[in-house]
Write a protein that binds this ligand. Structure first.
Ligand SMILES: Cc1cc2nc3c(=O)[nH]c(=O)nc-3n(C[C@H](O)[C@H](O)[C@H](O)COP(=O)(O)OP(=O)(O)OC[C@H]3O[C@@H](n4cnc5c(N)ncnc54)[C@H](O)[C@@H]3O)c2cc1C
Length: 456
């Protein structure tokens, strides 16, 4: 069969790799001049440095399996394990380690991040009337947690944590869409009546405590950054990869499809591995119902500013700091002290820091100039940590804008994806994959792309 894959990000390249020995003839089309999409490693003088994703959840065996298959096992690196901070009310405080995505089961681990009134509210939640939960349904994370624990838990903790993964505050995210284990626990509890948030979180904490220990670090990174992954996938896929090849339409051609902007060929199968709004445009003629169903999926813009300093003296001994969504004294939403977090980056000497800006709805990625972004990154870093980056010798800077960096996983997202897949089920020649379909994390993107390729 002739197969076209549109998009050479992680999903498209993984699908191409999965098809390597299938006997199919695979062409991959990438709109930009480079492969990798949101995985992007740039050449700093001190070594390759990630400007998009920088780590992955190593407890997901499917991702580790793929990386090992690719021969990248020796490149995997573990973090230092240093704790992270949160910037709340003008000071840094330790990020709570318990709870589920920052949602606590009691005030114990979060009392240093909320007022005494909020701490009392958290502890009284189990004796307040429970809430009704529709089994299998979804609700807004922010709305639910605010209604049970008050605003501070959301603004100071949960939005900071979820924002680090989804570039959205808790008010733009769904519980099942982003913390599925919590939704599943609600399902279980709801079978016998109204639900309490603290009980559900406590049950999950207990289940976690019973897991076997000694499984290694939760997160891993690559010695030379994600370029190791996207280059290996591209090379080992054996596919023909066309860069600077923007596909602007899909037309039916007999039993197959022709791509506007692609080779003059009829494809038996097309895999769309592009962000949701692009997929909606491309599906418009060939699968109008799926295109229409996809419309509600919106994207969050963000910016990463990578900075390398001559010295790390004065940089806190932490992995990074998340900024509470309520903070108005700084513009950044997070800093990763990459050379503290990753020993292999510390070995390069000096200090490597990544500043992140932008949550869903912000226009910062579009409107801010590069100079402003660097100034804000340095100013905010100094405000939060006291580390004077200008005095520490700023040796290298890279500003990476991520337009449409991540899809918004709100409380309607899973139903939207189900509707799109349902509408596509009558079009066996077309499939979709990527961060908006099966989850935004690297392991989730890999797992879904492999599944789609295998089904083909
Ligand atoms: C700043 C940032 C940090 C992140 N950090 C982490 C992390 O540490 N760990 C983690 O697990 N995940 C992280 N993620 C998430 C993860 O990187 C992404 O979810 C994943 O890389 C997305 O892969 P994808 O292939 O679905 O999409 P993309 O990477 O967006 O790939 C889609 C590709 O399609 C191309 N394309 C679009 N339109 C067309 C067209 N019309 N024709 C041809 N090509 C087209 C694009 O140019 C792009 O290359 C992060 C994401 C961002 C933005």
């Amino acid at each position: 069969m002739k197969v076209a894959i549109i998009g050479a990000g992680l999903a498209g390249l993984t699908a191409a790799y999965e098809l390597r020995d299938s006997g199919h003839d695979v062409d991959v089309y990438e709109a930009t001049e480079r492969i990798g999409g949101k995985l992007r490693t740039v050449a700093f003088a001190a070594g390759p440095t990630d400007m998009g994703a920088e780590a992955f959840m190593a407890r997901r065996r499917d991702a580790v399996e793929l990386f090992t298959e690719l021969g990248l096992g020796p490149s995997l690196r573990e973090p230092s394990g240093l704790g992270s901070l949160v910037w709340v009310d003008g000071e840094t405080r330790p990020l709570p380690r318990g709870g589920i995505m920052g949602i606590p089961s009691s005030s114990e681990g979060v009392a240093h991040l909320v007022s005494a009134e909020t701490a009392a509210l958290i502890d009284a939640e189990s004796s307040a009337p429970g809430f009704d939960w529709e089994i299998g349904g979804d609700v807004n994370v922010g709305k639910l947690v605010r209604s049970r624990y008050g605003d501070e838990v959301v603004d100071n903790i949960v939005s900071a944590l979820l924002g680090g993964v989804y570039s959205c505050t808790a008010d733009d995210l769904g519980v099942r869409a982003t913390v599925p284990q919590l939704a599943e626990e609600f399902d279980r509890l709801a079978a016998s009546g109204p639900v309490h948030l603290s009980e559900a979180v406590r049950n999950l904490e207990q289940a976690r405590a019973e897991l076997p220990t000694g499984q290694g670090a939760v997160f891993n990174a690559f010695r030379d950054g994600y370029q190791e992954v996207y280059e290996a996938l591209a090379e080992k896929s054996g596919a023909d990869i066309y860069v600077d090849a923007f596909i602007s339409g899909i037309e039916r051609a007999g039993e197959g499809y022709r791509l506007t902007g692609g080779e003059d060929t009829v494809y038996d199968r097309v895999i769309l591995a592009v962000p949701a709004p692009t997929a909606a445009l491309l599906l418009k003629k060939v699968a109008p119902a799926a295109a229409e169903a996809l419309k509600p999926v919106k994207l969050a813009d963000s910016v990463v500013v990578g900075m390398r300093f001559a010295t790390d003296e004065g940089l806190p001994a932490n992995s990074g700091v998340l900024v509470s969504s309520g903070a108005s004294d700084v513009r950044a939403k997070a800093f990763t002290f990459a050379s503290r977090k990753w020993p292999h980056l510390a070995d390069r000497g000096g200090a490597l820091v990544r500043a992140s800006f932008g949550r869903f709805g912000d226009t910062i990625a579009v409107r801010a100039s590069e100079d402003d972004l660097v100034d804000w990154a340095l100013d905010d870093l100094q405000t939060i940590t006291g580390f004077d980056g200008r005095a520490a010798g700023l040796e290298e800077i890279y500003v990476q804008r991520w337009f449409g960096g991540l899809p918004r996983y709100d409380e309607h997202h899973l139903a939207t994806v189900a509707a799109v897949l349902d509408a596509l089920s009558t079009e066996p020649g077309l499939s979709v994959t990527g961060a908006w379909v099966g989850g935004v994390g690297v392991p989730a993107v890999i797992a879904h792309a492999r599944e789609v390729a295998r089904a083909l």
